[in-house]
Write a protein that binds this ligand. Structure first.
Ligand code: YH5
Length: 276
């Protein structure tokens, strides 16, 4: 059975794992300062964990299309107090960041995984993770968040994303990072039109370069809004449909906002699949 080495955790990949999203950006809180933000984030993290998440993904900088970058200091100020509280919960904590100093500080504070939308391309990123035994998610993105949705262009999107992931795997191997720490992600919505996203989803299995596990993150995303015509607050059913299709196409980790509902949907898929 395939496993994912994630710091002190060894995660079995015989059923799709659910990664619960924990958002630490200020736009997701009422605005009562850092202490209030920390408390709200911890409550959300606890709820995601109790809902059955296999791991939690903490993001302190918005990477939504058109989002402005946060400073290093802001990102650390939001992350570290939350991580400090969570380090004894017994849950693998992933950090959604592309900044090497944030990676290093988070790993020192007990994080088990680095989820990098930039695929460890920032100078110093490979070194920051190579020095530890954390899990790593290598995601594909065309452009950078501020402009990536303006005019994404590909020749063959599946071939290009596959080539990128193979190249980042190669860079990790050169840096001495063991393969059993790596997860690959096509990066739905990151410099992709609806058509690009659908083509990537349809050919998901081709992206499992070197048979590495795939992570899929489409929960509540605009592509689901484009398909259903629904606003972000009404995309649960669409997200569950996508999660099941992702699992059926071989995804090993599903990154979601709605953990309990996703676990139920995947439990049905798993039960039927095991019966076959
Ligand atoms: C991902 O796919 N995505 S942050 C816009 C939405 C809803 C959700 C319009 N970090 C991924 O979740 N990390 C993000 O509604 C990620 N894979 C990995 N590995 C964007 C996001 C979102 C954006």
């Amino acid at each position: 059975m395939q496993t994912l080495h994630c710091g002190k955790y060894l995660l079995p990949l015989d059923r799709p794992l659910v990664m619960g999203i924990v958002n630490l950006t200020p736009d997701s809180f009422s605005g009562d300062g850092l202490a209030g933000q920390t408390r709200a984030a911890l409550e959300h993290a606890r709820a995601q964990w109790e809902a059955g998440a296999d791991m939690l993904d903490l993001g302190a900088e918005s990477t939504r299309p058109g989002a402005q970058p946060a400073s290093l200091e802001e990102e650390l100020e939001r992350l570290l107090p939350v991580l400090e509280e969570m380090k004894d919960w017994g849950v693998p904590v992933s950090i959604d960041t592309y900044k090497p100093p944030v990676m290093a500080a988070a790993l020192a504070a007990g994080a088990s995984m680095i989820n990098d939308i930039n695929g460890l391309r920032s100078p110093g990123a490979l070194e920051a993770v190579a020095a530890s035994d954390c899990g790593i998610c290598l995601m594909h993105m065309q452009g950078e968040p501020l402009h990536m949705q303006q005019a994404p262009v590909y020749g063959d999107v599946v071939a290009e994303v596959e080539g990128f992931l193979a190249q980042r795997l190669e860079a990790c191997e050169q840096a001495g990072i063991a393969r059993d720490r790596l997860v690959l992600d096509p990066g739905f919505g990151f410099g992709k039109t609806l058509e690009h996203n659908l083509r990537l989803f349809a050919h998901l299995s081709r992206l499992a370069v070197a048979d590495l596990p795939l992570l899929v993150g489409v929960s509540r995303k605009s592509m689901l809004g484009a398909i259903t015509g629904r606003p972000v607050t009404e995309r649960l059913a669409a997200s569950l449909g996508a999660a099941v299709v992702a699992a059926a196409k071989g995804a090993r980790i599903i990154r979601v906002h709605d953990v309990a509902a996703t676990r139920d949907a995947l439990a049905v898929w798993s039960a039927i699949t095991q019966q076959e």
